[in-house]
Design a protein around this ligand. Structure first.
Ligand code: GLU
Length: 435
């Protein structure tokens, strides 16, 4: 079983989306379940509605999942498992005050050695619980440090060994009884039987702790891991909320379509048989272990050209619906503009003026009025050359006096694709167009 475990603390990023895509794809290839777990334990950072937004995005990318849960639903399980570790003496109660811990950390800093928990409370077991609660003494629960190094099996980075003292005796249950992030995550992965965790490189330092938790909880079937290299912006810095294009919402708002975004994210840092592909195609050859070990650079221009390519491949009628039509010819018309436009928004800025009332003011005003009259009174003419000949004859205009106003009245713009290609597609709308 694989999972996507987003935190509802901000807009879904392309890094999150890449993680969702890869988890979905590998689950599909292995024919195992794929679940979504919203990690909502950080009450202060959670933003209302972000979970729904994340699920809407997953829906738009058509990533079917077997279940959706919120991590907070499992709170009592996390607490029960922490108490079990206490009772088995694999964890201990710690009443060290923040001042004491601070002092120890300062001392480590002064001695230029990494901070490790002193072990002061390590003999305090479950038997103390009752007394501490009665006396209202605040305490946390710490898991005991491992006594051997922890090995992380990473499908991209290989095996990574973390010394036991680096994992240390860390907190699994906070003073308010809530689980810490690593504890909740490890428990939930264990309960769901997650066999492969695909997530961001940011999480790499948490992995040994989570493996240690699962080991002490007696979980035998440890998972493999894949920590995906970072996505960098053009300046070589990790993409963050400062980069507009890091948000999936921003990409949608700017007219990028799911098929193209997915294509680009699968292509990034990957060796693929072609640059343009669909999800069903990618499912045939996608292989996590072939992904680049080093960070990848996000390039909006490549995404733009991939977007244009997917718009070109889109069914004509479906494309027309993006502009409020249900007419394959309008889809074909939009495709004529893909030389100069790459996104839905850019295409819309070309299509809209064709059907909008024309601006009859300016240099070509008189010629446009003449043409409007002629077109409004003309019979239905199928062929563009015959149409052109009819207006030429009726208006007596020629050269630039003819072509520029004709283009303006038919498209609302001075430049664009060949009128001979545009005309057959807008012909049924001519009375609306030329006005
Ligand atoms: N909730 C974490 C995040 O959104 C991911 C944790 C994980 O995949 O293990 O960054």
């Amino acid at each position: 079983m694989l999972r996507f475990a987003p935190s509802p603390t901000g807009d879904m990023s392309i890094e999150d989306l890449r993680i969702a895509l890869f988890n979905y794809m590998v689950a599909k290839q292995k024919d195992v379940n794929f679940i979504v777990r919203i990690e909502d334990l950080d009450k202060e950072r959670n933003i209302t509605g972000k979970d729904t937004e994340i699920m809407d995005i997953i829906e738009k990318f058509a990533l079917p999942h077997d279940s959706v849960s919120h991590q907070s639903e499992n709170l009592h399980i996390h607490q029960t498992l922490a108490i079990r570790l206490l009772e088995e003496k694999k964890a201990f109660i710690c009443t060290c005050t923040p001042e004491q811990l601070n002092e120890e950390q300062e001392e480590a800093k002064y001695n230029k050695v990494p901070y490790r928990y002193s072990g002061r409370c390590s003999a305090m077991g479950a038997e103390e619980l009752h007394k501490l609660k009665e006396e209202k003494i605040p305490f946390v629960v710490r898991i005991k440090a491992p006594d051997a190094p922890i090995i992380t099996h990473d499908l991209i980075k290989g095996d990574i060994e973390t010394p036991a003292d680096e994992v240390d005796s860390f907190v699994i249950l906070n003073a308010d009884g809530t689980p810490t992030y690593d504890f909740a995550c490890a428990c939930d992965d264990m309960i769901s039987g997650i066999s492969l965790v695909i997530r961001s490189e940011d999480q790499l330092s948490n992995t040994p702790k989570q493996i240690h938790i699962k080991t002490l909880l007696g979980y035998e079937q440890q998972a493999d891991y894949t920590h995906l290299p970072m996505i960098l912006n053009a300046e070589g810095k990790k993409m963050s909320t400062n980069d507009d294009a890091s948000s999936v919402k921003w990409l949608f708002e700017h007219g990028f379509i799911p098929d193209a975004i997915a294509n680009y994210l699968i292509l990034l840092g990957n060796q693929t048989p072609s640059e343009i592909f669909t999800m069903p195609e990618a499912l045939k050859w996608f292989d996590l272990s072939r992904l680049s070990k080093s960070p990848v650079i996000f390039d909006i221009d490549t995404l733009r050209s991939i977007n244009a390519e997917h718009l070109k491949q889109m069914d004509d009628k479906r494309l027309s619906t993006l502009f409020g039509f249900a007419d394959a010819d309008i889809g074909k018309l939009a495709k004529l503009y893909l030389q100069e436009a790459c996104t839905i928004n850019e295409l819309e800025s070309k299509i809209k003026p064709i059907f909008a009332p024309k601006n009859f003011e300016g240099k070509w005003s008189a010629q446009m009025h003449t043409m409007e009259d002629i077109i409004q009174n003309a019979p239905m003419i199928n062929d563009f050359n015959a149409f052109k000949a009819h207006i030429l004859k009726e208006s007596g205009l020629e050269g630039e006096d003819f072509f520029t106003p004709l283009r303006l009245i038919l498209t609302g713009a001075e430049h664009g694709p060949e009128l001979s290609e545009i005309y057959p597609l807008i012909k049924p709308y001519l009375l609306e167009v030329a006005s």
